[in-house]
Design a protein around this ligand. Structure first.
Ligand SMILES: [Zn+2]
Length: 59
């Protein structure tokens, strides 16, 4: 009987939401690094995500 099979920790994807309107812009993988610049489809603002510091700011 071997029912306690260890499972690898599943990486948690991060939801990147618009800091202005909270619209879900994209999902980044847990190991994503660096910066992502994109545009919110809901409020049309340019958003810069800093994945290293987990920050989002409106440009
Ligand atoms: Zn927005």
């Amino acid at each position: 009987m071997n029912q306690n099979i260890p499972r690898p920790a599943s990486p948690l994807n991060r939801e990147l939401r618009c800091p202005h309107c909270r619209h879900l812009i994209l999902i980044a993988s847990a190991d994503a690094r660096g910066h992502i610049q994109t545009k919110c489809k809901a409020c049309k603002r340019e958003i810069l995500f800093d994945l290293d510091q987990n920050l989002a700011r409106i440009l």
